[in-house]
Design a protein around this ligand. Structure first.
Ligand code: BDR
Ligand code: CA
Length: 321
C-alpha cells in the first residue's frame, strides 16, 4: 500500500493523543514529523504529552518540535481542564526518554517539506499559528504541500469556545484566516462531524482492559472525558480528522466559500461558510459575496466506518463490528 507522507501539527490534548495514535498506527500514513503549538496546554507540556503518545504506540524515532506558544495577536488561553491538569487526562504516564529536536516547529516544517521527495500532507489539529507562520515565511514551499486537513471551525453547528466559534479557530483567528483563505487545497473537519464520532461507556471500558497499550490508554482518555462531562460517551475528536484523510470515502464533503470572522464582537473566530444555494452565490450583484476562497468542508462522516478504523488502529478490532 502506498503511504501518504504526513506532518501533524498538534496541541496534545486528549483528542490530539487519540489522533496521533491513529496516525502512527495507520498503514496508510507515513508520519514524517510532529510539530507542537500552544492551545489545549502550554507548548512545553504539549511536547511532553506528544512524546508520551509516541511511547504508548512504540513509535519509531519521529522528530517532534516545539513551536509557537501564543497566537499572532491575542493572549493564550489558560490550559483547558477538560484535557486534565497535564493536558492529557492525568494518566500518570512516565516521562518519555525521547527528546524534541532542537529546532523550532516552523523550521522542522521547512526541513520536512524540503527534504521529502514528494509533497507532504499537513494535518493541523490545533490553533493554526505554526502553520500560518510557516506559510508566510516560506511561500516557495507551498507547492510541497499535498493538501491540508484541518480540524477547526463549524459548518452549521454552534461553536464550543464561544456561541459561534470553535476552539482552534478562536484561539488564533488571524492565523486561521491566513491559512483558510490561502487558496491551498484544504479539507476542513469542523465541529459538525467532530461531534458525531463517539464511543459509549461500555465500549471504552472494554478498551481499558485490552491487551494493546494504545487501546488501554485510549480507553482511559475516553473514561476521563466522559467523567469530566458527567456523560456516558466520549468523542474521538481530532482523530476523526485523521480518519477522513486515511479513508476519504467515509466523509461527505462539500466545496464551499469560507471566511473567518475577525472583527465580530460576539462572533470573532467564527468560520462563516457560505451555505447559500449556488444559484444565489452566482449573482453577486444581487446577493453579497463574502468570500472567494473555496475549501472542502466535511459535513458528515460514516460513524460505523471511522469507529471501526480507530478500534482497529489501537489494536481492539473486536470492539466494533
Ligand atoms: C478542538 O479544540 C481542542 O480542544 C481539541 O483538541 C480540538 O482540536 C475542538 O474544538
Ligand atoms: Ca487539538
Amino acid at each position: 500500500m502506498t503511504k501518504l507522507p504526513v506532518l501533524l501539527d498538534v496541541d496534545t490534548g486528549i483528542d490530539d493523543a487519540l489522533a496521533l495514535m491513529l496516525a502512527l498506527r495507520s498503514p496508510r500514513l507515513d508520519v514524517r514529523a510532529i510539530t507542537c503549538v500552544g492551545g489545549n496546554h502550554r507548548v512545553g507540556q504539549v511536547v511532553e504529552n506528544t512524546l508520551k503518545v509516541l511511547d504508548v504506540v512504540d513509535a519509531p524515532a519521529i522528530p517532534v518540535a516545539a513551536g509557537m506558544e501564543r497566537a499572532l495577536v491575542e493572549r493564550p488561553p489558560a490550559p483547558l481542564l477538560l484535557h486534565g491538569r497535564d493536558g492529557m487526562a492525568d494518566l500518570g504516564l512516565p516521562a518519555s526518554p525521547r527528546l524534541p529536536v532542537a529546532v523550532h516547529a516552523v523550521e522542522l516544517m521547512r526541513q520536512t517539506l524540503s527534504q521529502a521527495t514528494e509533497p507532504v500532507h499537513l494535518i493541523a489539529l490545533a490553533p493554526l499559528t505554526n502553520v500560518a507562520v510557516f506559510l508566510r515565511m516560506y511561500p516557495a514551499l507551498w507547492g510541497r504541500i499535498a493538501g491540508l486537513t484541518i480540524m477547526g471551525g463549524t459548518y452549521a453547528a454552534p461553536g464550543n469556545t464561544s456561541p459561534m466559534a470553535e476552539f482552534n479557530i478562536r484561539c488564533d483567528p488571524e492565523a486561521a484566516a491566513m491559512v483558510l483563505e490561502s487558496g491551498l487545497p484544504i479539507r476542513l473537519y469542523p465541529l459538525d462531524p467532530f461531534r458525531q464520532l463517539r464511543f459509549t461507556r461500555p465500549e471504552f471500558e472494554r478498551f481499558v482492559h485490552a491487551p494493546d497499550p494504545a487501546a488501554r490508554q485510549a480507553g482511559r482518555i475516553f473514561r476521563f472525558s466522559a467523567d469530566f462531562f458527567g456523560v456516558d460517551h466520549a468523542l474521538l475528536g481530532d482523530a476523526g480528522a485523521v480518519a477522513s484523510l486515511i479513508d476519504p470515502a467515509g466523509a461527505t464533503v462539500e466545496r464551499l466559500p469560507i471566511t473567518v470572522e475577525l472583527a465580530g464582537v460576539a462572533t470573532r473566530g467564527q468560520t462563516v461558510v457560505d451555505r447559500r444555494l449556488p444559484a444565489q452565490r452566482a449573482h453577486p450583484e444581487e446577493f453579497w459575496q463574502t468570500s472567494l476562497h473555496e475549501i472542502d468542508v466535511v459535513t458528515a462522516v460514516d460513524e460505523a466506518r471511522y469507529r471501526r478504523l480507530f478500534a482497529q488502529a489501537v489494536g481492539a478490532p473486536w470492539l466494533v463490528v
